[in-house]
Design a protein around this ligand. Structure first.
Ligand SMILES: Cc1cc2nc3c(=O)[nH]c(=O)nc-3n(C[C@H](O)[C@H](O)[C@H](O)COP(=O)(O)O)c2cc1C
Length: 362
């Protein structure tokens, strides 16, 4: 018995010149099992971070949210250690009342919760288009790069446009720029402060459905098989979640959820832990897993009951292989970890080992 094709460093079926040009087989010597686990928008700031993610076994990496023009970051500090009473459960009530935040990170890494107060900074498109192409080059054949983008408001002097027209125009422009990178899977972030009711775009149903339509139309006009995910906040109200799906599912290929939970952060004296302009910040990590799992479970029920075929990326508080399993059982097709990937060494390998063990028992 002979193998028709074996993985090898040098491709024996191609010429020396072709091998010289294409370089070593990126799959050879690596674990070719692709796992549905990755890092969501945020921790992978540029192509070097994406390279780190791929090399460390995160098979689905999201390039941090980009915009149509350069946008600066909120002032330092951005990442504080947050201390809900129960590190494994940050309730919405506690998030409203106030949570201590400082620079004391817990020894038990499984209990980390952090603030994420960056304000969605972005480089100029001239930079990120080339850098995303580079990041794409770091993905092995069994790995996927997703590009996250969002719209930005703001009018040129003398323009007479309302905020909706401005946002839609910018979404169109950003989607066009994103299509130049060579990426085929995109994520539209609607869950960071933006134009819309209650400051988050995902809470404005009418606008969000227009935004996804414009984004998907633009992307597919350039890349016919482009896929679009939408990143959302946690929706406590299940009726709203259902309405959200009804308003968007025709234009998206899946939902990536959840983003951080907005939390009042205080120092040990009860003052704002960040600065006077930032009484609240998104909190992520172990304490928000309950919310992410709940959202994925409810989306999965909607998907099954209504026979819809969107994909689910489960995000929020994944700190271990056990958390990965919980998300998969809740209905997630892909699971991602931001805080866990940032603080827990070897998290992707833990998940990979777990998947391998499970498959041995099947
Ligand atoms: C450092 C950092 C930066 C982030 N930046 C973004 C971003 O630019 N766009 C976005 O959609 N989400 C962003 N997020 C949110 C994450 O994608 C994720 O939804 C959230 O952190 C919950 O996951 P976790 O509990 O695993 O951290 C960021 C998170 C972190 C920790």
């Amino acid at each position: 018995m002979y193998n028709i094709y074996v993985e090898s460093l040098y491709d024996a079926m191609s010429s020396f010149e072709d091998n010289f040009k294409k370089g070593p087989n990126p799959n050879f010597g690596s674990d070719v099992l692709s796992i549905p686990f990755g890092i969501p928008a945020g921790p992978l700031l540029n192509s070097e971070y994406c390279k780190w993610g791929f090399e460390n076994g995160y098979d689905v990496c999201v390039y941090k949210t980009v915009r149509s023009s350069a946008h600066s970051c909120n002032s330092f500090p951005n990442v504080l250690s947050a201390h809900p009473a129960n590190p494994q459960h940050l309730s919405l009530e506690e998030a409203d009342q106030g949570v201590l935040a400082d620079s004391n990170f817990p020894i038990n890494l499984q209990e980390i919760n952090i603030s994420n107060s960056f304000g969605v900074p972005s480089q100029e498109p001239e930079f990120w288009i080339e850098d995303v192409k580079k990041a794409l080059g770091y993905a092995k054949n069994n790995q996927t790069l997703i590009l996250s983008f969002q719209g930005t408001g703001g009018c040129a002097v003398g323009e007479k446009l309302n905020s909706e027209e401005i946002l839609l125009r910018d979404i169109k422009k950003t989607a066009n720029l994103a299509a130049e990178t060579g990426v085929k899977i995109f994520e539209l972030n609607t869950s960071c402060p933006n134009e819309g009711k209650d400051s988050l775009l995902c809470f404005d149903l009418e606008l969000v459905s227009k935004v996804v339509q414009v984004a998907k139309t633009e992307l597919t006009s350039k890349i016919p098989d482009a896929k679009l995910f939408i990143k959302t906040a946690y929706f406590e109200d299940s009726n709203y979640l259902n309405d959200f799906v009804q308003a968007t599912h025709n234009f998206v290929d899946g939902y990536s959820t959840i983003n951080t939970i907005s939390t009042k952060l205080v120092d040990k004296n009860g003052n704002n832990a960040l600065d006077e302009n930032r009484p609240t910040s998104g909190v992520c990590g172990a304490g928000i897993k309950w919310a992410g799992i709940s959202q994925i479970q409810r989306l999965n029920v909607i998907r099954e009951k209504q026979n819809l075929n969107f994909k689910l990326i489960g995000v929020g508080g994944v700190m271990s292989a056990k958390d990965f399993k919980e998300y998969r059982e809740a209905g997630a097709d892909i699971v991602m970890s931001a805080t866990g990937a940032m603080f827990i060494p070897g998290l992707a390998n833990q998940v990979r080992n777990f998947i391998q063990q499970e498959s041995e028992f099947e």
